[in-house]
Design a protein around this ligand. Structure first.
Ligand code: TYR
Length: 315
């Protein structure tokens, strides 16, 4: 696949496309994504993991930031607890295919005086209002934001400079922080990063994905759990807000290259799709039954996640 196509497939926005093209012409290019350590690495995280893998294939050096201090600032728990899951997360990301990446633990690079000076410098340029709004979709309990959650976006900007990356990948929920970075990093002598935004996919029930709501599939799930969760997933006969189609689009097709629907001959026989548009069209036209779509999704996902599960839990 052409590098530009690889870099932009399955994204909702690239800021800017011209800058990305220029980057692809450079001999060395670096991209990163930061993740707050999380008890479960799930299909939501995997959308950006897949994008990083696309970019790796398009010649980017990939950095994964395990943002332990950010999780702390965002009220996700004690530093001790967060550190513990950070190590687990790293193994998950490696198992998912990011084995050739550079891994950086936030607290290992964010407590130097240069870093702190950059944070202070930028905090003097960003209004409280902008900082707060940038956290709308990222911050926890934002009806009552803490000062730590205003420091958070400033530090995310400084990460980009400190890690010396040319591009930042994130869900579209990171957009406002990224726009602040593009606006303000040049004032501390750092070029504006190219920002690549992926969609936020829905949970299996069609509602906002959240580990606590149990509507996600994670790297830790067994085959039986994957089967069970997909079986009861929301899968309307439409293409709008259909979490099963989203899994096929954002996970199965990029990783397996095709979707195979297995059916007895009397129900139309097997069908194979290697482009999402074709699958979507066939499904919208009623040529594929939701039950068959689910069965195919479960077996593809099991095939994708089994080796990851083994890698993560094999010792
Ligand atoms: N803001 C990201 C999230 O919502 C985490 C993150 C933290 C990303 C620091 C980048 C960064 O530099 O999970």
């Amino acid at each position: 696949m052409d590098p530009y196509e690889l870099a932009t497939r399955n994204t909702v926005e690239v800021v800017t496309e011209e800058e990305l093209r220029a980057l692809l012409d450079r001999p060395v290019r670096r991209v990163y994504t930061g993740y707050e350590p999380s008890g479960e690495i799930h299909l939501g995280h995997m959308v950006t993991v897949n994008k990083l893998m696309d970019l790796q294939q398009a010649g980017f050096e990939v950095t994964v930031l395990i943002a332990d201090l950010h999780a702390f600032l965002n009220r996700k728990g004690t530093m001790e607890k967060i550190r513990e899951i950070a190590e687990y997360n790293r193994r998950c990301f490696e198992g998912l295919g990011l084995s050739g990446a550079r891994y950086v633990l936030g607290s290992e690079v964010q407590l130097t005086s240069d870093y702190e000076l950059a944070v202070l410098e930028l905090s003097q340029r960003v209004t409280l209002n902008r900082a707060k709004r940038s956290m709308d979709e990222v911050g926890r309990q934002m009806e009552n934001p803490m000062v730590s959650q205003m420091v958070y976006p400033i530090m995310q900007m400084v990460d980009i400079a400190t890690l010396a990356v040319d591009a930042a990948v994130g869900g579209i929920d990171q957009r406002k922080i990224h726009m602040l970075a593009r606006e303000h990093l040049p004032s501390i002598g750092y070029p504006a990063p190219v920002c690549i935004h992926t969609p936020i996919i829905n949970g299996l029930d069609g509602k906002k994905m959240s580990s606590s709501a149990g509507n996600v599939i994670s790297v830790a799930d067994s085959e039986e759990e994957i089967q069970r969760k997909i079986k009861k997933a929301f899968c309307p006969p439409e293409i709008e807000n259909n979490p099963v189609l989203e899994i096929l689009r954002y996970h199965v097709l990029p990783r397996s290259g095709k979707v195979t629907i297995r059916r007895p001959a009397k129900f139309g026989g097997d069908r194979e799709f290697d482009a999402y548009e074709d699958l979507e069209r066939a499904y919208a036209a009623g040529e594929i039954h939701p039950m068959d779509l689910k069965t195919a999704t479960a077996s593809h996902l099991i095939e994708i996640l089994a080796p990851v599960h083994d890698y993560v839990f094999s010792r």
